[in-house]
Design a protein around this ligand. Structure first.
Ligand code: HEM
Length: 331
């Protein structure tokens, strides 16, 4: 009898699982209450360290959102991006998308050490990144969402995965969309998540090609507003100044809003990968128009797409581990 009640409860729970939990292909579930018993103050601790860091430097919000993205696109959201190189492991920090570019590692370290004091070996580095991305978004004026939790940390990294899976700013629209589809994300996710370029910076090296030689014929990219291009050339010369920084959204660089989409419609997207959303595909153009029109629709979809991205093949159950230090696997 007891057994059948148990079975009934289990089945009922499974029935509702799609509503409250996020499913992944290994049958492990992420759910928002994962640390409610084991580390009840976890979310509060993450939020306070992120708030302090963003107060010190607004750009950190952008850097933490991007870190979660660059983690999830390589072997899933498993904190592989945080591992430093060792004798036997090559860090993803050395990849083209991350080198001289990915940042925020010290903030993650600070969160992790606060959490290790509160509840040793309980909260994964992968979950810390998912929470930090949400908290960062909220702190700079963006939408909030409930973060499904229970990810575990990888015991390895993939330099080639980092180089190949993360779209490059000069990739074609089709290549970028394909790279999203390979992660189970669609064109709606692509456009909404690109909206995170409403905050943060880019180096000159990431868009120089557009200013001088977009397609190998020594001509600039004509889908870039020519007076905006002239301003950019002043601090992004033909050679040198690779690390010079530019706002991805020059209108409101530290505010999370839909001005990124408005910029795209006036041909003032900074990266080629931004501008192609309006110049190369009708469906993505319609989505850009919609988000430029309605901040509310953008926020709603952004939150959904961040949860979807955060669900990319997490390690659950007994797979992976809970690292003590996010930079290295446990001894
Ligand atoms: C669609 C394909 C994407 C491409 C090609 C792309 C490319 C880039 C590039 C080249 C930069 C500047 C890096 C530098 O020069 O150092 C950048 C910055 C950034 N990206 Fe993306 N990105 C894409 C999608 C995303 C997504 C999906 C997210 C988040 C969900 C994101 C979040 C950010 C943020 C917040 C920054 C600013 C980071 C900072 O200031 O530290 N990007 N991206």
């Amino acid at each position: 009898m007891a057994k059948s009640i148990y079975l009934f409860l289990a089945l009922t729970l499974l029935d509702f699982a799609p509503l409250c939990f996020s499913h992944n292909s290994y049958g492990g579930y992420l759910y928002p209450q994962f640390y409610d018993r084991s580390c009840p103050r976890a979310q509060e601790i993450v939020r306070s360290v992120v708030a302090k860091s963003v107060a010190k430097e607004a750009r950190m919000a952008a850097s933490l959102v991007r870190l979660h993205f660059h983690d999830c696109f390589v072997k899933g959201c498993d904190a592989s991006i945080l591992l430093d190189s060792t004798g036997s492991l090559v860090s993803e920090k050395r990849s083209n998308p991350n080198r001289n570019s990915a940042r925020g590692f010290e903030v993650i370290d600070e969160i992790k050490s606060a959490l290790e004091k509160e509840c040793p070996q309980t909260v994964s580095c992968a979950d810390i990144m998912a929470l930090a991305a949400r908290d960062s978004t909220v702190l700079v004026g963006g939408p909030s969402w409930v973060v499904p939790l229970g990810r575990r940390d990888s015991k390895g990294a993939s330099l080639s995965g980092s180089n190949n899976n993360i779209p490059a700013p000069n990739n074609t629209f089709q290549t970028i969309l394909t790279k999203f589809k390979l992660q189970g994300l669609d064109i709606v996710d692509l456009v909404a998540l690109s909206g995170s370029h409403t905050i943060g910076n880019s180096r000159c090296a990431s868009f120089r090609q557009r200013l001088y030689n977009q397609s190998g014929n020594s001509q600039p990219d004509f889908t870039l507003d020519q007076s905006y291009a002239a301003q950019l050339r002043a601090r992004c010369p033909r050679s040198g100044g690779d690390q010079n920084l530019f706002f991805l959204d020059f209108v409101s660089p530290t505010k999370f809003d839909n001005s990124y989409f408005k910029n795209l419609l006036s041909f003032k997207g900074l990266l080629s990968s931004d501008q192609v959303l309006v110049t190369k595909n009708q469906a993505s153009l319609e989505l850009v128009k919609m988000y430029a029109e309605s901040n509310e629709l953008f926020f709603e979809q952004f939150a959904k797409s961040m949860v979807k991205m955060g669900n990319i093949s997490p390690l659950t159950g007994s797979r992976g581990e809970i690292r003590k230090n996010c930079r290295r696997i446990n001894a």
